[in-house]
Design a protein around this ligand. Structure first.
Ligand SMILES: NC(=[NH2+])NCCC[C@H](N)C(=O)O
Ligand SMILES: [Mn+2]
Length: 306
């Protein structure tokens, strides 16, 4: 049984899928911001497994609609194997990115594990972007804009088959929250595949509480809840240290409420913390805010009510 009390940190120090260099330094910045200590303070047993190894970033233009496909495949295989083996031993993996292309390997591993043990899967994708591009739709060729499409079976064979089953997940298992930047063709594809998106307009109108109630509805005892937290989900005023900032994200309080409500379900079983880019940060403030939010995800609360 995966337990919130048993966490393994896995660093994936690469920016091969991103459009800006620097996310490869993310894992160390999160460590420096005190993630392990914060979790231990919540009574969690934390093992830091260190960093995975993989190819360096060749920094080349796209080929057939993909930048660095071979390198992205290599990193995602390493992430899949590491995340899968933690789940197998009953520990909860926290993947420290690294750019969001690695959400593919992580979630493919989680889905693989869920198939093994007969669990249902719910994926919460906290992000400014839908990351639902394909090689035909992408404006950039950057694979960090494609992991959700790849997980749903739309992408290059070497990537989509990483978890051993194509597609790794179904679009209807996913809830996207905080979305506010979607490319033209990508938007059509999101609708075509019926991805459930709670965009910023929805959060503005309905509030974070109602949004999370809907996103977390119909979880049951047999559901594995995975959170893929792209730090660019947050408003750039408090989280400038990311490669693809989009203004108008959730505020500090909204983000905490989001995390607290996820914690309250008691179903959180794996987590990605992605796209943190220390080269663009200010005195590590984005990493500190991310750690703060992860504490809420693990039950820290300022609530006075019993
Ligand atoms: N994980 C991210 N930061 N994704 C940003 C993607 C940006 C843009 N939609 C693209 O595909 O190039
Ligand atoms: Mn993303």
């Amino acid at each position: 049984m995966t337990s919130l009390r048993n966490v393994s940190l896995i660093g994936a120090p690469t920016d091969v899928g991103a459009g800006a260099r620097g996310a490869g330094m993310g894992p160390e910045a999160i460590r420096v911001a005190g993630l392990r200590e914060a979790l231990r303070g919540r009574g969690v047993d934390v093992l830091d497994r260190g960093n995975l190894a993989g190819p360096s970033n060749p920094w080349l233009p796209p080929v057939d609609g993909y930048r660095h496909l071979d390198e992205v495949v290599a990193w995602n295989r390493a992430v899949h194997d590491a995340v899968y083996s933690e789940l197998k031993t009953g520990r909860m993996p926290i993947l420290l990115g690294g750019d969001h292309c690695l959400g593919l390997g992580s979630i493919a591993a989680v889905a693989h594990h869920c198939r093994d043990v007969g669990k249902k899967l719910r994926v919460l994708w906290l992000d400014a972007h839908a990351d639902f591009n394909t090689s035909a739709l992408t404006p950039s060729g950057n694979i960090h804009g494609m992991p959700v499409a790849c997980l749903c079976g739309f992408g290059p064979q070497e990537l989509i088959e990483i978890g051993g089953h194509v597609p790794a997940i179904q679009a209807k298992w996913v809830r996207q929250i905080g979305i506010r930047s979607v490319d033209e063709g990508e938007r059509r594809f999101v609708h075509e595949q019926d991805l459930e998106v709670f965009d910023m307009r929805f959060i503005d109108e309905m509030g974070m509480r109602h949004t999370m109630e809907l996103a977390l509805a119909t979880l049951d005892d047999n559901t594995h809840l995975h959170v893929s937290f792209d730090v660019d989900f947050l408003d750039p005023v408090m989280a400038p240290g990311v490669g693809t900032t989009v203004p108008g994200g959730p505020t500090y309080r909204e983000a905490h409420l989001c995390m607290e409500m996820i914690h309250d379900t008691g179903r959180l079983a794996s987590l990605d913390v992605m796209e943190l880019n220390p080269a663009l940060d200010e005195r590590n403030k984005t990493a500190l805010v991310a750690v703060d939010l992860i504490e809420s995800l693990f039950g820290k609360s300022t609530l006075m009510r019993k």
